[in-house]
Design a binder for this molecule. Structure first.
Ligand SMILES: Nc1nc2c(ncn2[C@@H]2O[C@H](COP(=O)(O)OP(=O)(O)O)[C@@H](O)[C@H]2O)c(=O)[nH]1
Ligand SMILES: [Mg+2]
Length: 425
């Protein structure tokens, strides 16, 4: 699902520097994907305009264009698609409404299993007398989940429902191919007589553009608490249902992701959008971006002493690797990032054995094998260890020089790592 969008995002993130054209291309691709996924065109334009507008508004001092695009896109999509609704776990009466074939009866069974697993007792009952097999279908599901099933015959009073002792009472209802007046009246009557705590609109992910009409009609018939989108797995067409629900401000409680009774998941807008964008770690990235709002400290000059301090600081940070990659620096040499305890001890010994002048001017050490030998001897280490320290230092210096050309990256890094003084001049 939405594979193309994920590819576009990956390509976008893979660029070392992004231009305005790259941003435009990404937004174009987003539009294409959303439209192909049946998202309402108006909503697509709203989303892309909102993203563009936010990008135009003042430049960020802390983050690159690349990061901002992803963050804005993410926030915008979450805002549009995703109010999630946290289903209550506890005593309640649930009514399921939806078109014929949307998955109501299956979902009733799935909900029974969901709540049974939470330790609650369940009653399943079906008010669907339109189809002869409807009662039998739900009974079979009840047997499968091993919960109580209460049959209902057309014309009987509905007061048996209030007498049910189970914690969670799930009412299945009849559906039709479209919500006509007859069904509207029936549902309305059943709602008024049973007064459910929660009404879920069961809507199929592949309903397409008619979603808005259908959802609106149901919402006008009975007060919808939240929606359950079925057949959510593998469908790139969920956009119709998603945008209809967004437009009507109906939150999403669950998604059905298969025919099995266990194939029901609570819906989390953030992780859905993250998946949509192919960024399972968006959350982490955003958190790091928030943390990075700390004021940067003045930076010292990079020399062997400050370099050593950085290595030590970096080691304590543990997730330095993550921080650097979320800053867009994927090419940090691994040997610099991961300094073992032993190597740090060697470096410390070498630095202690240097004169203050040598520490500030590592280039004179590099040029002189007699200095290297002297330092190694004084430190009780091998000349190779001194050379390793020097080589890592110069590698770092080279990197820093490169980053200094990328002003945005440098500023960001300074903010991200206030403890990393000395790496930047
Ligand atoms: N793949 C898939 N199929 C589903 C899902 N939910 C329901 N179905 C299937 O959709 C069809 C209609 O389901 P049913 O519960 O009878 O719909 P109802 O008419 O609304 O009660 C059945 O074949 C179900 O197995 C789902 O989440 N994924
Ligand atoms: Mg049914």
């Amino acid at each position: 699902m939405f594979q193309r969008l994920r590819q576009a995002v990956r390509k976008f993130l893979g660029k070392s520097v992004v231009s305005e054209e790259d941003v435009k291309a990404l937004i174009k691709e987003l539009q294409r994907v959303l439209i192909a996924g049946d998202v309402d065109i108006k909503l697509v334009l709203e989303i892309s305009k909102a993203v563009e507008k936010q990008l135009m508004e003042e430049e960020s001092k802390t983050f690159t264009l690349k990061q901002r695009v992803i963050k804005i896109l993410h926030d915008e999509l979450v805002k549009r698609f995703g109010e999630s609704y946290e289903p209550k776990v506890g005593k309640q009466k649930i009514m399921l409404v939806g078109l014929y074939g949307s998955g109501k009866t299956t979902t009733a069974g799935k909900l029974a299993l969901f709540y049974k697993k939470k330790g609650l007792s369940i009653a399943l009952t079906s008010l669907d007398t339109e189809r002869p097999a409807a009662q039998e279908q739900l009974k079979q599901l009840a047997d499968e989940v091993e919960v109580h099933f209460y049959p209902y015959k057309e014309g009987e009073p509905l007061d048996y429902i209030d007498k049910l002792k189970e914690d969670v009472v799930i009412l299945d209802t009849a559906g039709k191919n479209a919500l006509d007046e007859e069904l509207q009246n029936l549902l309305n009557e059943q709602y008024n007589e049973t007064k459910p705590d929660v009404v879920y609109l069961v809507i199929s992910a592949d309903i397409g553009k008619v979603a808005i009409k259908q959802a609106e009609a149901f919402n006008n018939t009975v007060p919808i608490t939240a929606a359950i989108i079925t057949k959510f797995e593998g469908s790139g067409k969920a956009g119709g249902a998603l945008s209809a629900l967004a437009r009507l401000n109906i939150p999403i409680a669950f998604v059905g992701v298969g025919e099995k009774l266990s194939a029901l998941e609570t819906f989390d807008a953030r992780s859905f959008v993250a998946k949509l964008l192919g960024l399972p770690d968006v959350k982490g990235l955003l958190e790091k971006m928030k943390k990075a709002e700390i004021e940067p400290e003045e930076m010292d000059e990079l020399n062997l002493e400050t370099f050593y301090k950085q290595l030590k600081a970096a080691k304590g940070m543990g997730s330095l690797n993550d921080i650097l990659s979320s800053a867009g620096m994927y090419d940090m040499p691994k040997d610099i990032l991961r300094q073992g305890e032993e190597k740090l001890a060697l470096f410390e010994a070498a630095i202690n054995s240097m004169t203050p002048y040598e520490r500030k001017h590592p280039e004179i050490v590099k040029k002189s094998s007699s200095r290297i030998k002297r330092i190694a001897k004084g430190a009780g280490i091998k000349p190779e260890d001194v050379n390793m320290l020097l080589s890592q230092f110069f590698k770092m210096e080279k990197l820093m020089k490169r980053f200094q050309k990328d002003k945005g990256m440098l500023k960001r890094l300074k903010k991200m790592m206030p403890g990393m003084k000395g790496l930047f001049r």
